[in-house]
Structures are given as C-alpha cells and as structure tokens.
Design a protein around this ligand. Structure first.
Ligand code: S6P
Ligand code: ZN
Length: 187
C-alpha cells in the first residue's frame, strides 16, 4: 500500500511545543467541565473559561499503515484541587502509543477496561509506552506548560465516550501542595 503522502517533515519548536503546518485544536474548561470532580470550582472558573490545552495535530490520513502524530501543550493550573488534564481516551482499535515529554512534569494516568490502573510520573526526556488497550490521560502537576509529542497508529481511532461517562479510576489532586493519587470516588 502506497501512502497518498509524499515524504515530508515539519518543524517542532522545542521551546513552545508548536508543531508547524498542523491543525490547532484548543480545549477550554467549557469543553470539558463535566470531567472535573469539584463542580463548584468549575462554576467559579467558568467565568474566566481558562485554556486547558492545545493540540497541534499533523494532517496524516487516519488509516492503517500511517503514523499519526502531534504535540500537546497542557497548561498549568487547577480546578479546585484537581490539576489541569486532558480529556483522555481509549483507542477504538487496541493499539500502542508513544509519548515523549519535552518539557514540564506530571502524570500519565492509564487504565484498562478490565480495571488495571497505572499512574506514571513523567518529566522532560521521558518516553512513555502506552500498551494496546490502555486508556490514557495526561495531568500537569507542575507550574509551567507541559509539552509532549505523541505518535499513534493511523487506524487507531479515538473513543472518548467511555471516559467522558465514567472518568478514570484515579484522579491526581493537590494534597498539602503536592500531587497525590486518589480513587475516583474519594472526596
Ligand atoms: C492521541 C494522543 C494525544 C491526545 C492529546 C489530547 O492519541 O493520545 O495526542 O490526543 O494529548 O488529549 P485528548 O484525550 O483530549 O485527545
Ligand atoms: Zn491516544
């Protein structure tokens, strides 16, 4: 199978995470207000509706044989005691993904549909391997942008619905000023 694409490259600005000649997607609090546990804090912050993250998504065809890739710039901040985070998703086709953390620090929160969970602390230089079947979310626990580069299978697809409905088994919150991993149901 020959790709419709010609060999090419694009420029990644290592300082800002901007990946040039890509599609920019922005997620503000209003795009994901139900994802945070503290709904009183959500309501208070919605007036300002902060930018939570940006995705610079390379325009690669979503089909078998291709490698989709993008950078994400996840802002620092909290909603109540819960750190800013991405929505998180499963891939529709169980398939692996690589995350390369360029700057900032936080957690990759992962889980399987049968209830296994993992919270991986990552920082600059971390290359995280997300095995097939593990849903994933990134959480910025630092005080600067968390920038990371991801590569996944073109035919992987994205399933946001199950996470949007149930959330992850664990949340990352500030407890006494430091990050703590707590169960989803904990107050
Ligand atoms: C894509 C990969 C990342 C995320 C991005 C935003 O498979 O995992 O590029 O898309 O970090 O997160 P989300 O959960 O809103 O797609
Ligand atoms: Zn993914």
């Amino acid at each position: 199978m020959t790709s419709a694409l010609r060999p090419h490259s694009r420029h990644l600005d290592l300082g800002t995470g901007v990946l040039h000649n890509t599609r920019l997607l922005e997620r503000r609090l209003s795009d994901m207000s139900s994802y945070y546990a503290d709904q009183k804090a959500v309501q208070e912050l919605l007036a300002e509706n902060p930018l939570i993250y940006q995705v610079y998504d390379a325009p690669i065809p979503e089909r078998e044989g291709e490698l989709c890739h993008c950078t994400t710039v996840l802002k620092p901040g909290r909603v109540g005691d819960e750190y800013f985070m991405t929505k998180g998703h499963h891939h529709e086709v169980d398939s692996a993904e690589i995350y390369y953390i360029l700057s900032g620090s936080g957690y990759l929160v992962m889980e399987t549909r049968d209830g296994q969970a993992s919270e991986l602390a990552v920082g600059p230089g971390s290359i995280a391997y997300i095995p097939p079947g593990w849903a994933h979310r990134t959480v910025n626990t630092g005080d600067s942008d968390m920038v990371f580069y991801c590569v996944w299978f073109g035919n992987g697809g994205h399933d946001y619905a199950s996470i949007a409905t149930k959330g992850f088994l664990r949340r990352i919150v500030a407890a006494g000023g430091v990050p703590a991993v707590i169960d989803r149901s904990a107050k």
